[in-house]
Design a protein around this ligand. Sequence first.
Ligand code: ADP
Ligand code: MG
Length: 247
Amino acid sequence: MAMIQVTNLKKSFGNLDVLKSVTFDVEKNDVVAVIGPSGSGKSTMLRSLVHLEQINGGSIAVQDRFLVKDGSYSSPQEIKRITGKMGMVFQHFNLFPHLTVLENLEIAPRVVKGEAAADIRRKSMELLEKVGLSAKADVFPAKLSGGQKQRVAIARALMMNPDIMLFDEPTSALDPELTGEVLQVIKQLALEHMTMIVVTHEMGFAKEVANKVMFMDHGEVIESGTPEQLFNNPQHDRTKAFLNRVI
Ligand code: ADP
Ligand code: MG
């Protein structure tokens, strides 16, 4: 089953065409690495999937239900239901600074889902354990390293039981020595068969963990394929030029 189908997605800001007819599929259990130069539309594409951006044309379907079809959005309830299947992790963590780690994890499920508090607590402690931060439950984000903050952000996204995780350059804001601990958590999710789209500049990670790599440039998907195809045998000059710059 296709988890996500994006067809002819168009997005512009004013007269800047940021996404020009982007089309791609994500299958269940795919780990898709999205690579490409800064400004190519990677973040806008991810943000469109969770309706943080309103698109100007095309379709997005998640698990065969349309978020937007030929430019027309579904009802607000349907949009909420569909975007609720996806967890998003941002480059700059976006934790609530006035809430402890545990409160950051629990606020959305408490407000949104009406689950029993004890169940929420059990899950939040499990997820903190999973990301190696049980000891930080009662700490405020300001006391954490960047790598720890990002691991909290991942645990927070997982609290909503997403079927799909979206990562927008999850390690770009981190000191190099802290990227490994975050990539390790994402890799663990891949091993557990979480369906994921990861926008990343970490080519080693993309090679090792992704089963598909998609190269974007100037608002278009230039090519996609297995890591082997894309890194070892790129077809397009723009892909070759980009890889020559970053590898
Ligand atoms: P990437 O994530 O690949 O670096 P983005 O999706 O962030 O690219 O941006 C693509 C283009 O869209 C850039 O030219 C950027 O300046 C522009 N852009 C992104 N967000 C906005 C916005 N809210 N308003 C105007 N232009 C934007
Ligand atoms: Mg970006």
